[in-house]
Design a protein around this ligand. Structure first.
Ligand SMILES: *Cc1c(COP(=O)(O)O)cnc(C)c1O
Length: 399
């Protein structure tokens, strides 16, 4: 018998759960786009967006998903014949590198695999070897959503400084912004990209490129940038139309206004802390399930390298897929598929799954999701260690 009726829970790493306040803000008639409320609303929103990234730089808003922000960020600073260096810690690093190649940019990769974060020493060596400073930028994923590895930008900035290399530091914060602590200016990040549908809790369709002063200078030296992706008019707040290069994405903007209000009413520090505690509760449960020869494996062993927004897990054989199907069909919870974890024995990565725990998420949702996972493992007959829910409850109670 299915017990899935009731409010469903989308526990995937984006799109994330949409708050009622966002849904309600979007439920309204088409507004006047030439003047009035929406124009003032967008102007007021820009400082709130920059507060999420902790930057005094500029922000360009695009009507695009995260892939659009990937391309936008690259086209403004590099073109055919240029080179960038990509630190890869999972599928999303490969994706951004591929986007560069499509633009005629040579993307050299350092691949750190799927279990460990970026080794800043190797980055420093690669930059020191680039004596003629051909690399225009170093790209990395703050969180790689496929592996759930978290990469601290600070050692990367330190490595670049130690190598005396002028490349821009570019962060993919699509899975992390609004979830993980991020301080664009203080941490020396020149460009950060994000999308609307993860920590920002708005449907997919908007993306953002945050631009620091050094990146603005590099853009100014570009011979040409395609009109739509050029951030120059978009970072100039004088004309509302120029934010969008055409019709404004009105209802996404209403939703974003509501989500920024939620984030800043709670306070970014508190939002980051909430993600840390809820992630620790999930890890405590997963570690208990792994004990006693349980089948479950956290992809990232070192807690310091784990994202607080998404967790990649292995369950062996095809049990990742079986668990996802069971919890969706019987309990109203949707889990994320395994990504980039294919092996010879498991060519479709069906032994893996991911829990998205980003955005509009509280303790009862996490405890309910964990209880559902335990029921699912029992139902599909996966061996797991005891005490997971108690361990998670203890983390929540201690907070
Ligand atoms: C989701 C995600 C992307 C891709 O975003 P889309 O909106 O699906 O294009 C890129 N990078 C990371 C780290 C992501 O989590």
């Amino acid at each position: 018998m299915s017990l899935a009726a009731g409010r469903p829970y989308l526990a995937i790493p984006g799109p994330s759960v949409m708050p009622d306040a966002v849904l309600q803000a979007m439920h309204q008639p088409a507004p006047n786009i030439y003047e009035g409320d929406i124009v003032t609303m967008v102007q007021g929103m820009v400082p709130d967006l920059k507060k999420v990234a902790r930057t005094d730089g500029k922000v360009a808003i695009y009507i695009a998903n995260g892939h659009g922000a990937w391309e936008a960020s690259l086209t403004n600073i590099a073109g055919p014949g240029d080179k960038v260096l990509v630190c890869v810690t999972g599928r999303f690093g490969h994706g951004w590198a591929d986007m560069a190649e499509g633009l005629g940019i040579t993307a050299d990769k350092i691949d750190f695999g799927t279990k460990t974060g970026i080794d800043a020493t190797r980055l420093e060596e690669a930059l020191k070897a680039d004596t003629s400073h051909e690399y225009k930028a170093v790209l990395f994923s703050h969180v790689d959503t496929a592996t759930s590895l978290l990469n601290d930008p600070r050692p990367l900035r330190a490595a670049m400084d130690a190598a005396g290399h002028p490349a821009l530091l570019m962060a993919d914060c699509i899975a992390s912004m609004g979830c993980e602590e991020f301080q664009m200016d203080a941490w020396g990040v020149d460009i950060a990209v994000t999308g609307s549908q993860k920590g920002l809790m708005v449907p997919p369709g908007l993306s953002f490129v945050f631009v620091g002063p050094r990146a603005e200078q590099v853009r100014k030296a570009m011979p040409r940038v395609s009109r739509y992706w050029d951030w120059t008019p978009r970072i100039d707040p004088d004309f509302f139309y120029q934010f969008f290069g055409g019709t404004a994405p009105t209802h996404h903007l209403f939703g974003l206004r509501a989500s920024l209000t939620l984030l800043h009413d709670e306070g970014m520090e508190q939002v980051w802390k909430r993600h840390v505690t809820l992630a620790e509760a999930i890890w405590a449960a997963c570690e208990a399930w792994s004990s006693d020869n349980g089948a479950l494996r956290l992809n990232v062993a070192d807690r310091a390298l784990r994202s607080h927004a998404v967790t990649a897990l292995g369950l062996g054989e095809r049990n990742g897929s079986a668990l996802r199907q069971w919890v969706a069909n019987n309990a109203g919870v949707t889990l994320g598929i395994g990504l980039g974890m294919e092996t010879k024995e498991d060519p479709r990565g069906e032994g893996f799954f991911r829990i998205g725990h980003m955005g509009h998420l509280n303790a009862h949702m996490v405890l309910g999701m964990l209880g559902t996972l335990e029921a699912g493992m029992q139902a599909i007959g996966v061996h797991h260690g005891p005490g997971a829910l108690g361990a998670a409850a203890k983390v929540i109670a201690a907070a």
